[in-house]
Write a protein that binds this ligand. Structure first.
Ligand code: G16
Length: 522
C-alpha cells in the first residue's frame, strides 16, 4: 500500500489541470507542451505497469514528432518495438484523465484488470526502467526496445549497435550496385531541424564512401518542422526552405523525430516532384517481388496503405504488379497489424511513415536458401540481397534513416534514377486541408476512414461534391495528433482537387461546427 501513498504524494507535484481531457491519439498524447506535465508523470506509471505485466522492457518516447515546436508528446513502446496495444491505449486515456483524487483508483483498476502482481515484478521493471539513452530518434528507441527484449538477437541495444547494423547491411547491399558514380551516391537531406539531423551527422562516419550526404535544416538555426520536414513537404507539395538542390538531384526530408521520410527532385522546368510513402512502398515491394522471383521463393507479399494513398499507386500495385493491397485506418499501429498477416508486409502511409515486416518463416526460408550449397548462383545472389534487405530495415517501426538507406540501396542496385522511379506511375493530383471545429469528435468515420457516419448529412454532401469532378475521391477524418479535421481530395487535375478539397472543407465547417473564418477557395 505504501506504493500508492508515494504515487499519490508525488503526483501532487504534477497536478492535472482540472477538467482537462486528453486522448491517447494516433501516436500517443500530443498537444501543447504546457499541458503535458501530469501526462508524462502518469505515463511513467503506466509504463511501469506495462513492464511488470509483460516482464519486458517498455519504451517511453517523448516527442512532438511532426508537430510545431511548442507541442510535445509521449507514447509507449511495447516489447518488440511496436506501439502499445489498444487496451493499454484505453488505460492510458483513463489514467491521463483521472482527476487528482481518483488517480490511485485508476491505477488499481489497471492492476486488477490485467492481474498485475506489483511486488513480484518490481525488480524486472526497475532494472530496465532507468536505462537512459538520452536523445535518440523515435525509431532508434523502438529498435533498442526490440533488441533488449530479444536478448540481442535483433541487434545490439545501443546507438552504435544501431548505426553498425544498418550501415553494414547497406554496404552489403551496395556491393550489388550497377555503375554507381559519385554523383549518384549524393543525397541532400532535410533534417527538419530535429533529432534525425543530429543522429545522421553521427552516422555519417559509418557510411564512409557509399553515401555522400549534404545535410540541410540540421537544427543549428531554424525551428523544428517549421517550413521544412516531411509533413511540410508532403502537405504543401513543395521543397523545404533552406534546401539547395540542382535540377534532377535527389533530396529527401525527415520529420522532427525521424520516423517519416519523403523524397523529391526538381526537373529542368523547375517543377517540384514529390515521391511520397506510396512511391516508396511501390519501389520497395517491386524490388522485393523481383528478388523473390529470382530466388525462386514463394512467399505472400502485400502492401498496406491508408485512405490517403493515391489511387494511382493502389491501381499500379494491384493491376500491374499483382500485389494485394490492404487499406487500414491512419496510424502505423493499424497498418502494422494488417501487414503481420503476410510473409512480407510492406506498410507505408502516404506521409512517408512505414517499414516492411518479414515473418519468422520468411526469414528462415531466406536463410536456408543462403546456406544451402545446392542453391544456384542467381537464386543465391537474390537470397543474400533479401537477407541484407531484412537487416537494413527497422522492423520495429517506420524509420527515416533505415528507409533512406534501403531506398538508396535499391536505386543503386537497380541503377535507377529518381526520375525513373517517379515514372513508375503518375500520381493523381491531390490536396490536403485542415478545418477547425468546436469538437472534432463530431466526425465519426467507417470503412478505414473512407466514409463519414456523423455528423448527419456530411457523407451525402461529400458524395455529391465528388460527383462533380472526374476521377475524384474525398474523405474527412478527425486528426489524432492535432486539434483539427483533416480533408483529403484527389481528382484528374490539380484545379479540380483543390476545388473539391475546398468544397468538402466548407461542408465540414458548416455541418460539423466549424470555428473561426469559413474556409476560402485556394
Ligand atoms: C503520427 C502517426 C502516423 C499518422 C500521423 C498523423 O505520425 O504515427 O501514423 O499518420 O501521426 O496522424 P493524424 O492525421 O491522426 O494527426 P508522427 O510522425 O507525428 O508520429
Amino acid at each position: 500500500m505504501a506504493h500508492f501513498q508515494i504515487v499519490s504524494k508525488r503526483s501532487c507535484l504534477h497536478p492535472k489541470p482540472e477538467g482537462l481531457l486528453l486522448q491517447y491519439g494516433t501516436a500517443g498524447f500530443r498537444t501543447n507542451a504546457k499541458h503535458l506535465d501530469h501526462i508524462m508523470f502518469r505515463m511513467g506509471l503506466l509504463a511501469t505497469l506495462r513492464s511488470k505485466k509483460t516482464k519486458a522492457t517498455i519504451g517511453v518516447m517523448v516527442t512532438a514528432s511532426h508537430n510545431p515546436e511548442e507541442d510535445n508528446g509521449v507514447k509507449l513502446i511495447d516489447p518488440l518495438g511496436e506501439m502499445v496495444t489498444p487496451t493499454w491505449e484505453g488505460f492510458a486515456t483513463k489514467l491521463a484523465n483521472a482527476e487528482q483524487a481518483d488517480l490511485v483508483t485508476a491505477l488499481k483498476d489497471v492492476i486488477e484488470k490485467e492481474a498485475i502482481n506489483i511486488s513480484q515484478e518490481a525488480n524486472v521493471f526497475t532494472f530496465y526502467a532507468f536505462y537512459y539513452y538520452g536523445l535518440v530518434t523515435t525509431p532508434m528507441l523502438h529498435y533498442m526496445v526490440r533488441c533488449q527484449n530479444t536478448q540481442g538477437e535483433y541487434g545490439e541495444a545501443t546507438v552504435e549497435g544501431y548505426y553498425k547494423k544498418l550501415s553494414d547491411a547497406f554496404f552489403q547491399l551496395t556491393k550489388n550496385a550497377i555503375n554507381c558514380t559519385d554523383d549518384q551516391k549524393h543525397l541532400s537531406v532535410d533534417g527538419a531541424n530535429g533529432i534525425g539531423a543530429v543522429k545522421l551527422r553521427e552516422m555519417e562516419g559509418y557510411l564512409k564512401n557509399e553515401l555522400h550526404i549534404t545535410l540541410f535544416n540540421d537544427g543549428s538555426k531554424g525551428k523544428l518542422n517549421y517550413q521544412c520536414g516531411a509533413d511540410f513537404v508532403k502537405v504543401q507539395q513543395k521543397a523545404p526552405t533552406g534546401l539547395k538542390m540542382n535540377p534532377g538531384e535527389r533530396g529527401c526530408s525527415f520529420d522532427g523525430d525521424a520516423d517519416r521520410i519523403v523524397y523529391y527532385y526538381t526537373d529542368a522546368e523547375e517543377k517540384f516532384h514529390l515521391l511520397d510513402g506510396d512511391k516508396i512502398s511501390t519501389l520497395i515491394s517491386t524490388f522485393l517481388k523481383e528478388l523473390l522471383t529470382q530466388a525462386g521463393l514463394v512467399l505472400k507479399i502485400a502492401v498496406v496503405q491508408t485512405a490517403y494513398a493515391n489511387r494511382s499507386s493502389t491501381q499500379y500495385l494491384e493491376d500491374i504488379m499483382k500485389v494485394p493491397v490492404r487499406c487500414t485506418k491512419t496510424g502505423v499501429k493499424h497498418l502494422r497489424h494488417a501487414a503481420q498477416e503476410f510473409d512480407i508486409g510492406v506498410f507505408f502511409e502516404a506521409n512517408g511513415h512505414g517499414t516492411v515486416l518479414f515473418s519468422t518463416a520468411a526469414e528462415e526460408k531466406i536463410q536456408q536458401l543462403v546456406e544451402n550449397p545446392s542453391t544456384d548462383e542467381e537464386a543465391k545472389r537474390a537470397a543474400v540481397i533479401l537477407q541484407n534487405t531484412v537487416n537494413v530495415i527497422n522492423q520495429a517501426v517506420g524509420d527515416a534513416v533505415s528507409d533512406m538507406l534501403l531506398i538508396e540501396a535499391i536505386l543503386a542496385i537497380k541503377g535507377m534514377t529518381i526520375q525513373q522511379w517517379d515514372a513508375i506511375y503518375t500520381d493523381l493530383p491531390n490536396r490536403q486541408l485542415k478545418v477547425k471545429v468546436l469538437d472534432r469528435r463530431a466526425i465519426d468515420t467507417t470503412d478505414a476512414e473512407r466514409r463519414a457516419v456523423s455528423p448527419a448529412g456530411l457523407q451525402e454532401a461529400i458524395d455529391s461534391l465528388v460527383k462533380k469532378h472526374r476521377r475524384a475521391r474525398s474523405f474527412v477524418r478527425p486528426s489524432g495528433t492535432e486539434d483539427v479535421v483533416r480533408v483529403y481530395a484527389e481528382a484528374e487535375t490539380q484545379e479540380s482537387a483543390d476545388t473539391l478539397a475546398y468544397e468538402v472543407s466548407l461542408a465540414v465547417y458548416r455541418l460539423a461546427g466549424g470555428v473561426g473564418d469559413e474556409p476560402k477557395p485556394l
